[in-house]
Design a protein around this ligand. Structure first.
Ligand code: UDP
Length: 388
């Protein structure tokens, strides 16, 4: 294994971007993944009906970073795609994030006008945190905030995280603001595009380099071992650098206990109709056990008659031994979990040639663009170090 300058664990965005950057820098790279495919949770494939699906749930690319998008454009063409989500609230389909249109659909005309006027008087920004509304001095704004909190956030959050909304890290619910206007896009980043031939093809291009060897069905845990401050690959001391993008509790055999994650039971359904719903994603904050339904043809622009595939997401506690929820999708951000994470991180810190990168390895609720940004940064630091 010492013929490789880098061993990269995980072929999602974190690992694949570093792999490419180092390969372009004339380093020999081995990238391994325990799954039988590249692209991590971005993986796309055709299902048995010929519908192109995101096998690990909908992944929408959006960013304000030109640097990130310029990097990706080298490996794929893109089409403009502005993601729009609706939610079923009190039996009505309304835009999410909750905006003035949602308000008009759910309140009578007079009340809607009163709320909009109060919001405009008190805020001169385009979006506001739900927490600023429920804590506001003005009673009209506070009542409106409580309505949205109860109907959009409270039950969705309880389903998604299985904790009381009061205990959730604020950054999580602040991912979805309340919009003070009619912008009905889910994200407001300046760059919102999807890869024309899908993420899997983008990853194939990213990893297509003479200096990159890719090994699938290969679990890091089975090949990496530790002794004192040394790292061994297949029982031989490894002198190159390791970029680890997986779950570090698994790598260290859960020696301090399992790091908690949320998982999803992803249930796909096929229908012999053109379209199942009117939007790419419909959120169900309240009545249903699932949080949302995605219909992939809206994301991929695939034209297909009489066939469509939808995905229902049922949030579950992560359990490595249960087929239904063996994928750790979301880190659970709280101080106890950070403390546990720090123990693992400090332990890994003993090994000077291991670097952690990505949502799992850093235990952060990164969006796709931030993972890519972080992987580019890490690569630049490594390249700089090589030059010195
Ligand atoms: N959320 C909510 N209601 C919604 C949509 C989101 O309460 O209709 C909250 C919920 O706590 C969720 C968080 O906002 O976990 C972040 O939502 P986002 O859509 O960003 O989650 P992701 O796409 O990463 O699953």
């Amino acid at each position: 294994m010492n013929k490789f300058d880098y061993i990269i664990v995980g072929a999602g965005f974190a690992g694949s971007v570093v792999a490419r950057m180092m390969a372009d820098n004339n380093k020999k790279v081995l990238i391994i993944d325990k799954r039988q495919h590249i692209a991590g949770n971005m993986y796309e494939c055709f299902d048995e009906n010929g519908v192109r699906i995101h096998l690990f749930g909908p992944h929408i690319f959006h960013t304000n970073s030109d640097k990130v998008f310029d990097f990706l454009k080298k490996y794929s063409d893109f089409y403009k795609y502005e993601h729009k989500v609706v939610g079923r609230i009190e039996g009505k389909i309304v835009p999410i994030p909750f905006n003035f249109k949602s308000l008009e659909l759910l309140f009578d005309k007079e009340k809607a006008e009163e709320i909009k006027t109060k919001l405009k008087e008190n805020f001169n920004q385009e979006k506001v945190s739900i927490l600023d509304l429920i804590n506001h001095d003005n009673v009209v704004i506070r009542d409106f905030g409580n309505y949205v909190y109860k109907n959009v956030f409270e039950n969705y959050t309880a389903k998604q995280w299985e904790i009381d909304i009061k205990d959730i890290d604020k950054s999580v619910i602040n991912r979805v603001p309340v919009v003070l206007g009619y912008d009905d896009r889910y994200f407001n980043d300046k760059i919102q595009y999807m890869p024309t031939e899908g993420y899997t093809k983008l990853f194939e291009n990213l990893l297509d380099h003479n200096n990159i060897t890719c090994k699938l069905n290969s679990n890091a845990k089975d090949i990496i071992s530790f002794d004192n401050d040394k790292v061994f690959i297949d029982n031989v001391e490894y002198n190159g650098k390791i970029i680890f993008t997986g779950a570090i509790d698994e790598l260290l055999n859960y020696k301090y206990g399992q790091l908690p994650y949320r998982s999803l039971n992803l249930v796909f359904e096929n229908y012999k109709i053109d379209y199942f719903q009117d939007n790419s994603v419909v959120n169900y904050p309240n009545e249903e056990k699932y949080t949302r339904i995605t219909e992939f043809k809206y994301l991929t622009n695939q034209i297909l008659k009489n066939k469509t595939t939808i995905l229902k997401e049922y949030p579950l506690k992560y359990d490595v031994n249960d087929q239904k929820c063996k994928d750790p999708f979301y880190p659970i951000l709280d101080s106890k979990n950070y403390e546990l994470y720090e123990k693992y991180k400090n332990e890994i810190g003993k090994y000077k040639n291991i670097y952690l990168c990505g949502r799992l390895a850093e235990y952060k609720y990164y969006n796709m663009d931030l993972v890519i940004e972080r992987a580019l940064q890490l690569s630049e630091i490594l390249i700089e170090g090589e030059i010195k």
